[in-house]
Design a protein around this ligand. Structure first.
Ligand SMILES: C[S@@+](CC[C@H](N)C(=O)[O-])C[C@H]1O[C@@H](n2cnc3c(N)ncnc32)[C@H](O)[C@@H]1O
Length: 225
């Protein structure tokens, strides 16, 4: 991938599919990946930390994998919540195609892989799981989070995995300040140099803050580093 990033809309290079065996939701599955997308040879370590830390996904509604790559997070959401509508969103067309191929191979007709602008504006999410694209730069990342986090349903959570030495703690501070009074940000887990940040959305735009938590999604316990 020299000279380009995994988040290019149209990766250069011939599309050469690779077939991997990976574990998703505790079961072995075969997936297809390719060069030009994020972590094509394995499930990324941060993604593994995220998937180990999150609670079971909500059983219904719309669920979002923000920055899906070839799909390990979206596929986990689809396998874990077969009655939910899972949105696998990315700007990289090759990643979206791989996510579609992988969802189809697993019989997951509840997973839709789409560019950000193709997700209808009125959709609200019961959860967001994301290994976000830190390398797009701070201001782009902030723009991305300002765009999607306010689309959480009230009393719903986003779970974001970020490498500690790529700015997890400063991102947590930014989230706390940016969404002050609208969301509660906590560090749900720390493992292998990654933090999992939980952003609990407390209000809809123009709404009063929710008093009690309606959604009891608790993270799985993780061994501290
Ligand atoms: C760190 S990778 C995670 C990929 C995948 N979820 C995984 O765990 O293997 C972040 C992904 O975000 C995508 N991305 C970059 N900019 C984006 C944007 N503005 N909106 C949505 N996705 C974006 C990248 O193309 C990349 O696939």
């Amino acid at each position: 991938m020299s000279g380009e990033h995994y988040f290019s809309a149209h990766p250069a290079g011939v599309f050469a599919p690779r077939h991997l065996s990976v574990m998703l939701t505790g079961r072995p599955v075969q997936v297809t990946t390719a060069g030009g997308v994020f972590s094509p040879d394995r499930i990324d370590a941060g993604t593994s930390v995220l998937l180990a830390a999150v609670p079971a996904p909500p059983p219904g509604g719309h669920l979002l994998d923000l920055g899906c790559g070839w799909g390990p997070v979206a596929l986990s959401l689809g396998l874990g919540s077969p009655h939910a509508n899972v949105w696998a969103v990315d700007v990289n067309e090759r990643a979206l195609e791989l996510a579609r191929v992988n969802a189809a191979a697993l019989g997951l007709d509840n997973v839709t892989a789409a560019t950000p602008d193709a997700v209808p504006e009125d959709i609200r999410f019961r959860t967001i799981w994301s290994n976000p694209p830190i390398r797009i730069g701070k201001s782009e990342l902030h723009h991305l989070l300002r765009r999607w986090l306010p689309r959480l349903d009230r009393d719903s959570d986003a779970w974001l995995v970020v490498q500690r030495n790529l700015g997890a703690d400063s991102l947590q501070r930014w989230l706390e300040s940016e969404f002050s009074g609208r969301a509660r940000v906590t560090r749900a887990a720390t493992a292998k140099g990654y933090r999992v940040l939980r952003v609990r959305w407390r209000e809809e735009d123009g709404d009063v803050p929710a008093s009690a938590s309606a959604n009891d999604g608790q993270p799985r316990s993780m061994t501290p580093e």
